[in-house]
Design a protein around this ligand. Sequence first.
Ligand SMILES: Nc1ncnc2c1ncn2[C@@H]1O[C@H](COP(=O)(O)OP(=O)(O)OP(=O)(O)O)[C@@H](O)[C@H]1O
Length: 495
Amino acid sequence: MAFEMFTSRGKMGLAGGQRPSAMALQDSSNYLLSWVGYILLARTLIPPEIQWVLKKIWALIMRPYTCFFCIFHVYERNVESGRVNDLFKLVELYLDISGLCKEADQVVLATKHKKEKNILYKLTGRQKVEDNYKGVKVWWSLSKVSNDDDSPQTREPIGRRGKETKEGKGRDKAAEFVLKMHKKDKQFVMTEYLDHVIAEANEFKRQQKELKLFANQHTRWSKSYTFKHPSTFETLAMDPELKAAVKADLDNFRKSEEYFRRVGRAWKRGYLLYGPPGTGKSSMIAAMANYLKYDVYDLELTQVYSNDGLKKLFRDTCSRSIVVIEDIDCSLNLAGKRKNTPPPPQDIRELRRGRRSLISQENVTLSGLLNSVDGIWSCTTEERIIIFTTNHVEKLDPALIRPGRMDMRIHMSYCSFHSFKELVRSYLSIDWHPDFDEIRRLMEEEHALITPAQVTERLFEGVHGDPTACMRAVIDALRGSLNPNPNFCADDSGN
Ligand SMILES: Nc1ncnc2c1ncn2[C@@H]1O[C@H](COP(=O)(O)OP(=O)(O)OP(=O)(O)O)[C@@H](O)[C@H]1O
């Protein structure tokens, strides 16, 4: 039996034995009827179990030909408002950063905006690129929505189309991304692939973000400054396990919005950094900010004259930020009261003018600080990190640093031999030096102390000079720390 059949994909031939007598008929409707007859006859003669097996075999044979496609449209502008569709922008970015556009055979449009660091490669019309995620293939293409099309894009508010709008300057036709996939992959695309596209694009945007630094002038945040501290976890010399634990904790925090909501806790985390001066507490804060891409609010507590003022400052911070209170032991005394710093003249003038006074109330108290950190006021912003630093952890009120308030306590300590080698590698680009043995002996057997700041100071002098001179300077400092001379100060960093 042999016959030909037509599908939407074209003509397919199937081989078989003899031609049936019905094939002699010229009329195609008769041809069809004869087939219906065959099928009905077969259904009555063949037992259902064999029919089932035959159906399965048929489905297997036809499988490659029956994979129909499914298509999603991602319009450039939102259907209701006519505003730019964020998903469109994210897809555009994803196609660029994933390298798919660059790999395309046809010409791509390369653009660079003055605010962007890199050249952006975009798809041109009618070009198709293939993406493969977890073994699932999809195809992206860009097309213009024609004006006579009845798509939502062409039903945008009158006057918008073709006008110089902020979102789509001078375009007379809106664009759309067309995402094509096998029908069987539709669920995967909806649940996993599109999430992956959005996550990749958002992560890229996050990495590109320019960080801001704010400082408070009394109860107001100053205008922001660009935060360009070069410290990262790579440049930070510290115990590798502790470093990995801090990074993992930050990663967990960033991804835990759902978790915090589920357990009914504000999405925030507190870190206490403590240790001698020059051990990298400020560098750690900068590394955290650079890692998370969070803005930094440097809160000078001695500038704040009331609990209300402090609440206002916390309220005025943005989400995805780090609020830092350095040397917390110097800002609050043991009784929990702010150290007495006279109020600035302008506050007195404000008092005289009868405006709400900053000094008419009590100073910032321990309970005021605790309330701002994790009371009801702490929930005005989300995804916030609070960091306290101190050189004297033993002086702090236990309430201030209890777990739940300061979730992780990070001890920044003197330089270990491992950290020392990391600093040497990073400053002098060498992995070994004959003096390493003596330095290791002094650190590990004699317990000589040196801070990372002291080490970097000595290494910095040798960046363009003699590494041996640097090593000798480090050895001198280590031996000096063992010196019982009471005039000797192990910390010569000026603190
Ligand atoms: N762990 C470290 N890794 C790399 N460099 C460090 C480290 N610690 C200190 N340094 C170097 O020393 C300088 C001073 O360090 P940093 O200000 O971070 O110390 P700190 O602990 O905050 O000091 P302080 O308590 O006096 O504020 C930094 O600019 C950096 O160059």
